[in-house]
Design a protein around this ligand. Structure first.
Ligand SMILES: [Zn+2]
Length: 254
């Protein structure tokens, strides 16, 4: 099944801000379903370094950020992926909707040594209302380059508690998207993808390019930071995230 087939419109958000059609996914099968036996039996090749640079909302404590970083490092170690977080910088919340948050992060250029940009988002009062009334966004990754994304890093809403989606699980889920994994039904599909991206990473490393490549929704490989940054040239801003039907993001709702 193509990844696009599992996209469907599940809600129309129309509270508080301008109407935004959100394309939600009907379940995040990767969360909590890692098949460690299968991982152990496969050869994921030599270890590759994967640098995730992070922005942190003031509302997210240092302790919480550290817990999330440790969980991510631990999650990807069995795949021979050594996650490094070169820096964590303060981040001002750009907007209320996941689209506004993603747009803000997507248009920030990736600079060495970062391979990906990830925001740890806090919660505010409006989120609380939102979480009570409607399915909420817990995280998301843009699918143009699969290099920019966010996770809500503070537990707080009723939805989040009811669905037992904790910030560590949400964050690691988004990092699977950074490796090119979609919302496949089987963990194996994701492991095949991890092997593919690691081969690309090794090729890049052996060619002397200091960048862990990305593979986007359409299977295109971005070999350099300039490739990624060109995709988010400001002149293309309007085209990148059009409102209405599209598959610009993986958005994870509870
Ligand atoms: Zn997802």
């Amino acid at each position: 099944m193509r990844r696009a087939d599992i996209f469907h419109i599940s809600t129309i958000n129309h509270l508080l801000l301008s109407a935004v059609v959100a394309f939600l996914l009907s379940g995040c099968t990767m969360i909590g379903l890692q098949d460690m036996k299968a991982v152990g039996e496969r050869d994921f090749g030599p270890e590759e370094r994967f640098c995730i640079c992070m922005y942190k909302d003031d509302a997210v404590s240092d302790k919480r950020a550290e817990e999330i970083i440790s969980a991510i490092k631990e999650e990807f170690e069995p795949f021979g992926i050594h996650v490094d977080v070169p820096w964590v910088r303060p981040w001002q919340r750009a907007g209320f909707t996941s689209r506004e948050i993603l747009e803000d992060i997507a248009y920030r250029p990736i600079e060495p040594p970062c391979d990906r940009l990830f925001v740890l988002v806090g919660r505010d009062f409006k989120d609380f209302l939102w979480g009570v009334l409607l399915p909420e966004m817990n995280g998301g990754v843009e699918t143009h380059t699969m290099t920019k994304g966010f996770a809500v890093a503070e537990m707080g809403s009723i939805n989040q508690i009811l669905t037992l989606k904790n910030p560590k699980a949400i964050s690691t889920h988004e990092i699977y998207h950074f490796l090119g994994c979609g919302h496949g039904l089987f963990a194996d599909t994701c492991y095949d993808q991890i092997l593919r991206i690691k081969v690309a990473a090794r090729q890049n490393r052996e060619a002397g390019r200091d960048f862990f490549p990305s593979i986007n929704f359409d299977g295109r490989i971005f070999w350099t930071r300039s490739d990624v940054n060109r995709r988010f040239d400001r002149r293309q801003a309007k085209k990148a995230f059009p409102t209405g039907k599209g598959k610009q993001t993986y958005e994870d709702a509870s």
